[in-house]
Ligand binder design. Structure first.
Ligand SMILES: [Zn+2]
Length: 141
């Protein structure tokens, strides 16, 4: 990690503080080009938008997929105040971003908040393969 990385990571931490000051969970992120130019930045707005998916990393991944061609997206780096959650990690992978630099790790975040309650939705499957494959077969050729 370079001094430029640390500079941009500090901006992501500022965005996290801004999110908290606005009454939202304390997370912020930005997307930078290969020369360190900030292309877009955002903060968590889960509460103010009443949207459980309004994580800054997801919003920036969606922005990149919409606004950048794949070659440009691959040259970008996301700087984020905390390691992306599984939802955002999936979106980042789909958006084709080249690199992610985070401040707090998931483990460090967990040490700063109470134990999460709930066990999550139980997933069941696979099932009905012969029927479910029909709309998929041939699509990816
Ligand atoms: Zn997330």
């Amino acid at each position: 990690m370079t001094r430029d990385d640390e500079h941009l990571l500090r901006r992501a931490i500022e965005l996290a503080a801004a999110a908290r000051a606005a009454g939202d969970p304390p997370f912020g992120s930005l997307l930078a080009g290969p020369d360190g130019t900030v292309l877009a930045e955002d903060r968590n707005t889960v509460l103010s938008d009443a949207d459980i998916t309004a994580h800054p990393e997801l919003k920036l991944a969606r922005w990149a997929a919409r606004e950048l061609d794949p070659a440009a997206a691959a040259t970008t780096t996301m700087y984020t105040s905390c390691q992306p959650c599984p939802m955002c990690t999936g979106a980042i992978e789909r958006s084709g971003l080249g690199r992610v630099v985070f401040a707090l790790s998931t483990e460090q975040l967990a040490s700063l908040k109470p134990e999460a309650s709930g066990t999550g939705a139980r997933q069941e499957g696979p099932a009905l393969f012969d029927e479910a494959r029909v709309p998929v077969e041939g699509y990816y050729r």
